[in-house]
Design a protein around this ligand. Structure first.
Ligand code: APR
Length: 257
């Protein structure tokens, strides 16, 4: 594994434009369960609660589950070392952008600036009637569904429900990243959900080298991934950080010579 991490660091050091593509797995060590696999949310809840037609038909019923999953759970979560390493890589000019499928805002809270929320974000809510936007911190979730102070309309979390389109800005940023990147760093995703799951495929078709961090193989591992770093996000990204920013390696030295 050490050799593979050195190979990955070599690619990252030489890269002109690296994109991080993250999924629920990067937040598991922050206390947020994944959607699939061991302890997955979809083992406990019906994904149908996040179907937009169900939300409009029964907002109170949807909101009861949404509150439990995304507002009771998420508010305690803090960025972990993997989020912080990506933020440091960005600050040091070694990460061009982060495309995340996650809606937990942990990349932003870790200090990453160039983050695109492909599935939106729980920290914002939108009035379904007058479109007024609220921060989640200014809303009480004691009574659901929460309503708009201006018009009384029902508020909806500003994340993408099943059956809704991906917002234009993150979609365009993801396609651009797939075209620009010479390294794609995939962390913690099964690669199950379209259209997000196609972004790494497009990057590979455009010549990007794929580095993948995941304790278990994903839909990418066998056929798309060039360097598979098997392990938990904090463990692997901690090792990557130690070598990538190691003072003993001078700038032009090829770190695996
Ligand atoms: N470190 C890294 N990866 C991990 C860790 C960890 N500590 N623990 C679990 N994983 C991996 C799992 O092996 C799995 O590959 O994280 C992945 C979680 O997969 P999913 O739960 O399917 O999450 P994700 O791929 O992000 O789901 C995509 O599905 O329900 C929708 O909108 C939702 O954005 C989500 C999308």
């Amino acid at each position: 594994m050490e050799q593979k991490i050195l190979e990955a660091v070599r690619l990252l050091k030489k890269s002109r434009f690296t994109t991080a593509f993250t999924g629920a797995g990067i937040s598991v060590e922050s206390g947020i369960p994944p959607f699939r696999g061991e302890g997955g949310l979809w083992n406990k809840y019906d994904p149908g609660v996040l179907d937009i037609s169900n939300f409009h038909r029964d907002p109170a019923g949807s909101w009861r589950v949404i509150k439990e999953i995304f507002y009771d759970f998420f508010t305690e979560a803090r960025p972990n070392r993997a989020h912080l390493v990506l933020a440091r890589m960005e600050q040091e000019g070694m990460l061009g952008r982060t495309i995340t499928q996650n809606i937990d805002n942990l990349h932003q809270e870790a200090g990453s600036q160039l983050v695109y929320d492909f599935h939106g974000n729980t920290k914002k809510l939108l009035c379904t009637h007058c479109r007024r936007m609220y921060k989640s911190s200014e809303i009480s979730f004691d009574h659901v569904p929460p309503t708009c102070r201006e018009c009384g309309g029902i508020l909806k979390p500003d994340f993408v429900f099943f059956g809704e389109p991906i917002p234009q800005v993150p979609l365009a940023a993801a396609y651009e990243a797939a075209a620009l990147s010479d390294v794609f760093l995939i962390i913690g995703t099964t690669g199950e959900v379209m259209p997000a799951s196609q972004i790494p495929v497009m990057a590979k078709e455009n010549g990007a080298a794929i580095i993948e961090v995941n304790p278990a193989p994903s839909n990418y591992t066998a056929g798309l991934t060039d360097i598979y770093l098997q392990g938990k996000a904090t463990e692997i990204m901690g090792k990557v950080e130690d070598i990538l920013f190691s003072a003993t390696l001078n700038n032009d030295q090829d770190c695996i010579d």
